[in-house]
Write a protein of this length. Structure first.
Length: 136
């Protein structure tokens, strides 16, 4: 596969990797299992058990496993046609997916900040309206 097509595939494959990793580690639908995993991370006596459950709470860590799964499914390789292509693809895919997640997280923070500002402005307008004496 030509290099430009490989790069295109890299950026396309990173989208579902980022979506799955973000959904499992942040979204409400997986809240209960994630809370269970967080509890196991903190109170488990076994180092292996703590690290295993941490995997499901960290989008960076989890994205490695999701990327590996997508590489197995798609057989995508980057630059080389042997095992080195899989290895390079794995880390490149994780890096791009994490860039996508960082952009998405920043966008969500900006939207939340705007909502808070709008709510504060609306509250200020209500206070001004109630504090102003009525003129007839």
């Amino acid at each position: 596969m030509p290099i430009p097509l490989q790069i295109l595939w890299l950026f396309v494959l990173a989208i579902p990797v980022a979506c799955v990793a973000w959904m499992v580690t942040h979204e409400e639908i997986f809240r209960e299992p994630r809370e269970y995993c967080e509890g196991q991370c903190k109170k488990s006596r076994s180092l292996f058990r703590r690290k295993f459950f941490y995997l499901f709470t960290c989008e960076y860590c989890f994205s490695h496993y999701v990327a590996a799964l997508f590489l197995i499914i798609t057989r995508y390789k980057l630059l080389y046609d042997d095992w080195r292509g899989y290895l390079i693809a794995l880390f490149a895919l994780v890096w791009v997916a994490n860039q996508y997640m960082s952009i998405y997280n920043r966008l969500r923070l900006d939207i939340k900040h705007e909502r808070v500002e709008i709510a504060a402005d609306e509250e200020e307008l209500k206070e001004e309206k109630t504090a102003r004496p009525k003129t007839a």
